[in-house]
Write a protein that binds this ligand. Structure first.
Ligand code: SF4
Length: 378
């Protein structure tokens, strides 16, 4: 459905600036922004994908990944199409490279470029319109504990995610973004009252990588993470996908770890994830385990307390241990999770463990208490 968007302002030379993500597109009338989902019509920005849903699934929350946020629960996951980036290594290229076509009789079509279509065997992404009330009802029917906007970039889906999250919270569900971290101050402020958690992909720690591979910039992503931690209202976890010969330089990993420890704080969970080649990605072999080991050691040296290694079967570094006495607190294997303690303190040494969970009121994660969200009348 096409709907007027939020967060835009008049700009120079008859253009309109979209303030939804850090691309800050200045869009001329009749044109679209980088994400190809927002169009300037007569000086107003319209989203073409308001409630256009391309996929839904119920996932373990560990798959997002979130390890310190309602561990062991199921989350109802939704995506639309397109992205504010164009990462060459994207594993969800079928969704994120799909571009909405002209509105054909009220129903939106999404098509993918030829190179993606070759890999996927299809050039059209089927979509369905789901109003927020129905989305929340689906999540509840499927016994999910929360809702996530994921698979493609949720920031560009801001209005719909916001409206769903508002309703979800009224029903007692938690809400989460899995995002490239391109919130602007405005869009973060818009989502903060209804968003409980965000896992931000820091895709590399050089601006060169962001410009060359993603079509974005590093700085806005770092500022988003820092703002989230500073404000303390959204639970934050950070993921770094290590791609061989692209973003695995030891100095780059060291810089990332030091930034995470000093700017986000040592209690922030950090996930290092193993890359596997996909179709037309520029690297045709998986991340060597030595690179993951190196990143893990750097993170320990930088003082991070909760470091996880993902996409490696049987690695053992996906479980949560007490940073002080190394007692096993949450055991994970694949997506099987066993929480081995109650409350928010290590049962052996009493250290406080940052965890947002039913057993642990929000302040245990360093988060400020939240008022319940009320729907506006009418
Ligand atoms: S959401 Fe981002 S990429 Fe899309 S039009 Fe707005 S600023 Fe540009």
């Amino acid at each position: 459905m096409i709907r007027e968007g939020v967060l835009y302002e008049p700009w120079e030379m008859g253009r309109t600036r979209c303030n939804v993500c850090a691309q800050y597109c200045k869009i001329a009338p009749g044109h679209m922004g980088v994400c190809r989902t927002r169009e300037n019509r007569g000086g107003k920005i319209y989203t073409l994908i308001y409630n256009t849903v391309a996929s839904t699934a119920v996932d373990p929350i560990e798959k997002k990944p979130f390890y310190h946020f309602y561990p062991g629960t199921d989350i109802f996951s939704m995506s639309s199409v397109s992205c504010s980036y164009r990462c060459a290594h994207c594993h969800n290229a079928f969704l994120s490279f799909a571009r909405p076509q002209a509105d054909t009789g009220g129903h939106l079509e999404a098509r993918v470029p030829e190179r993606v279509a070759r890999e996927e065997g299809a050039n059209r992404v089927p979509t369905r319109e789901i109003v927020p009330e129905e989305a929340v009802a689906l999540a509840m029917q499927r016994s999910a504990a929360g809702m996530a906007w994921t698979y493609n970039e949720p920031t560009i889906w801001l209005e719909y995610a916001h409206d769903c999250a508002l309703l979800a919270k009224r029903q007692g569900l938690y809400t989460a973004f899995v995002t490239n971290g391109t919130f602007t101050e405005e869009s973060q402020a818009y989502m903060t009252p209804v968003l409980d958690a965000a896992n931000v992909d820091v895709k590399a720690f050089t601006d060169t990588f962001y410009r060359r591979i993603c079509g974005g910039r590093l700085e806005p992503v770092l500022r988003t993470c820092e703002r989230i931690r500073r404000e303390g209202k959204i639970h934050l976890e950070v993921t770094y996908l290590i791609i061989p010969a692209q973003n695995d330089d030891p100095r780059e990993l060291r810089d990332f770890c030091h930034w995470a420890a000093s700017s986000l704080g040592p209690e922030t969970p950090v996930h290092f994830s193993r890359f596997y080649p996909y179709g037309w990605t520029p690297v045709d072999y998986p991340t060597p385990l030595a690179a993951l080991d190196r990143a893990y050691r750097e993170a320990r040296r930088a003082g991070l307390h909760y470091i996880y290694v993902g996409n490696v079967r049987g690695d053992g570094r996906e479980s949560t241990h007490c940073p002080d006495c190394r007692t096993l607190l949450i055991q994970r294997s694949g997506y099987r999770t066993r929480r081995l303690f109650r409350g928010n303190r290590c049962p052996s040494c009493g250290r406080r463990i940052p965890l947002v969970d039913y057993d642990s009121p929000r302040e245990t994660g360093g988060l400020a208490p939240r008022e319940p969200v009320k729907l506006a009348a009418g």
